[in-house]
Ligand binder design. Structure first.
Ligand code: ZN
Ligand code: FE
Length: 242
């Protein structure tokens, strides 16, 4: 059976992601940076929260956890490697492990770079990738702890997923990412098209996510970088881009 996914806007530009297992009605929430908007979304879905999935330890991804755990009794799943700096984990997972949302299995993928203990969750049944601050639409996370080599390897794992995969990122950064991406690949027609669609979506107050991995493979300069060195150069240019 499959999961379906819904964006829950949090804080100024974060997304938590609400997953629902079709067979059982089990609900999971990824990266609740804030409790109030998550509670609103959960109540609309029937007032049940079974699991909380965490990609990494930053406050804008975990600050809603304790309030949600207290209210719904949800079990919290995160990286064993980061257990010391995550909220208390009920289940500590490692890359290669599987997690279950009802009857749907998800795969834990190692994705260091932004932080060292960062993980992603991939649900083949439903084509859902929860990638936190590793991969953004038209961008990637800042290298706060890991190296360009780490990020290149992490993006390589994500790139290998099926093109119809729905990329569910931790932030709505797409519009500013598009401005930068166009400086890297000004002639990329797919990127030009995507940038126009993103501007229209944002002007209408709509999210630009999720986006398919296939779309990102055609437009995201960080995913398209052919070496860790090339990725490092693009990342450095982005860090200095205004
Ligand atoms: Zn982060
Ligand atoms: Fe973040």
């Amino acid at each position: 059976m499959a999961v379906t996914v819904q964006a829950v806007p949090c804080l100024s530009d974060n997304y938590a992601w609400l997953l629902r297992d079709a067979a059982t009605g089990t609900i999971a929430l990824c990266d609740p940076g804030e409790a109030a908007p998550a509670i609103e979304a959960i109540e609309e879905e029937g007032g049940r929260l079974d699991l909380i999935l965490l990609t990494h330890h930053h406050a804008d991804h975990v600050d809603g956890v304790e309030a949600l755990r207290a209210r719904y009794g949800a079990r919290v799943i995160g990286a064993a490697a980061d257990a010391h700096r995550l909220p208390r984990l009920d289940e500590a997972v490692r890359p290669g492990d599987t997690v279950r949302v009802g009857e749907t299995e998800g795969q834990v993928i190692d994705s260091p770079g932004h932080t060292l203990g960062h993980i992603a969750f991939y649900f083949a049944d439903g084509d859902v990738l929860l990638c936190g601050d590793t991969l953004f639409s038209l961008g990637c996370g800042r290298l706060l702890e890991g190296t360009a080599q780490d990020m290149f390897r992490a993006l390589g794992l994500l790139k290998a997923l099926p093109p119809q995969t729905l990329v569910c990122c931790g932030h709505e950064y797409t519009q500013s990412n598009a401005r930068f991406a166009l400086t890297v690949e000004p002639e990329n027609a797919a990127l030009q098209r995507r940038a126009g669609e993103v501007d229209a979506a944002r002007a209408a107050g709509q999210p630009t996510l999720p986006v398919t991995l296939g779309q990102e493979l055609e437009t995201n300069p960080f995913l398209r970088a052919e070496s860790a060195e090339a990725l490092a150069r693009i990342r450095a240019a982005k860090d200095n881009f205004r």
